[in-house]
Design a protein around this ligand. Structure first.
Ligand SMILES: [Zn+2]
Length: 129
């Protein structure tokens, strides 16, 4: 967005999550970046980046087949975003382990908002991450 408004963002135009230093777009950062793909694979959501984001998300939901898909999807994407922001604003190098620990913590909080059967599902998911 800042680039579209012609702000000089030379230092952060490239994705900070990958060595390839691809241009930082939402599509790359959240879905196509090798760092993010590792996160999606870890959480068990397969995301086909060859289709539109909406089609890919709908398909990922069908494959994932959990009533909590969008909550888990959002927590996963949010923590990828936080890895990026930790580097941009606090110079903390992104790591899969940091992403995983925050994701597990956020998923654990989600247990308090759902029914017992879904809470058990989340507990199992977190324990298997
Ligand atoms: Zn990247």
């Amino acid at each position: 967005m800042l680039k579209r408004r012609h702000y000089h963002m030379a230092d952060i135009e490239s994705c900070v999550l990958c060595i390839a230093q691809e241009e930082e777009t939402i599509g790359h950062l959240i879905f196509n970046c090798p760092f993010s793909q590792h996160c999606w694979a870890k959480i068990g959501i397969s995301y086909n980046s060859n289709t539109s984001r909406i089609e890919a998300t709908v398909r990922a939901k069908e494959i994932y087949s959990s009533r909590l898909f969008f909550e888990i999807f959002t927590i996963t994407a949010w923590n990828i975003w936080k890895e990026r922001n930790n580097f941009i604003f606090d110079q903390i190098n992104p790591t899969h382990n940091a992403w995983l620990e925050r994701t597990k913590a956020d998923l654990s909080w989600l247990r308090y908002r759902v029914s017992t059967d879904l809470s058990d599902y989340i507990t199992s998911l977190v324990n298997n991450l």
